[in-house]
Design a protein around this ligand. Structure first.
Ligand SMILES: [Zn+2]
Length: 286
């Protein structure tokens, strides 16, 4: 498998895929029926099948700057007890693929979680001799302070959320590897966080700037490019649907104006492109 890469000035971003899928969109957004998806004619072939199913991906994005190696979002992980059957007790070669791409776990300086949902924290830890241990032993794990506190305190109310926090967040906290940060935290000269709340309480995106070029790693304020055509299509999993819709409109306006390279956290290959103003809405050009 060849990995997609993008260059932004002195920075390189590499996509490491864990899982790719095509499925009916209503599992994610009520409005995303096959008919509605087929009516957005620029989605196929990259982001939708001809029958109107959505093509999506779960992947990590490795940012290499002149001084740091940063992993953004750590997918689902292996061996984890999970409610979604296809995500339970996974046995993928994700870590081997990451190492083969030139990124052995011990070489990672920073792990960044855009938010603490199940498909963004999984490889924070791995199972060794029956215990969850940090996968990236030399990394600082950056998490939004309000995001961390929400899942630490609210996670108890839902068994599945408590499980996710317990096996994928608590062990890195206990190992002293977590830094709780503000949603506009500057990670290094080229990389900073951008607040994009609504999907979760303290969701962040990751902005990259180098040599006069700019890119953004979305996280889940947008799950799929169909939300550029319909910014009001909110995910069932959005914490505040009004806020997530406002965030999408605001961010897409900025990206269209600034010609930002947009790298989607769940966008199928080719995964990155430019947002173009399209009447009252937007489209994605790859
Ligand atoms: Zn996600």
């Amino acid at each position: 498998m060849s990995n997609l890469t993008w260059t932004i000035g002195d920075v390189r971003v590499t996509r490491i895929v864990e899982l790719e899928m095509a499925s009916g969109g209503t599992f994610l957004m009520a409005e995303a029926t096959p008919d509605a998806i087929r009516r957005i004619d620029w989605l196929a072939p990259h982001f939708a099948e001809a029958d109107g199913r959505l093509k999506m991906s779960i992947h990590a994005l490795v940012i290499e700057t002149p001084s740091k190696r940063i992993v953004v979002d750590t997918c689902i992980g292996n061996d984890k007890p999970r409610q979604i059957a296809a995500w339970a007790n996974m046995q993928t070669r994700f870590l081997e693929d990451m190492t083969a791409a030139g990124f052995p776990p011990e070489s990672i300086d920073v792990v960044l979680c855009t938010h603490l949902h199940v498909d963004h924290v999984g490889w924070n830890t791995r199972l060794v001799d029956g215990k969850w241990v940090p996968t990236f032993p030399n990394a600082r794990y950056l998490m939004g302070k309000a995001e961390f506190e929400y899942w630490r305190d609210e996670g108890d109310s839902e068994v599945s959320d408590a499980q996710i926090f317990a096996d994928s967040v608590q062990p890195v906290w206990d190992a002293g590897l977590v830094d709780l940060v503000a949603p506009d935290h500057q990670v290094c000269a080229e990389v900073r966080l951008v607040p994009t709340p609504g999907h979760t309480i303290d969701h962040v995106s990751v902005a990259i700037a180098s040599g006069g070029h700019a890119a953004i790693i979305t996280g889940d304020f947008v799950h799929h490019p169909c939300q550029m055509a319909h910014t009001g299509w909110a995910s069932h999993f959005d914490y505040d649907k009004g806020q997530s819709s406002a965030t999408r409109r605001r961010m897409f306006e900025d990206f269209a104006r600034d010609q930002t390279l947009v790298i989607g956290t769940h966008f199928a290959a080719p995964t990155a492109g430019r947002v173009i103003k399209d009447g009252e809405a937007f489209r994605f050009e790859v």
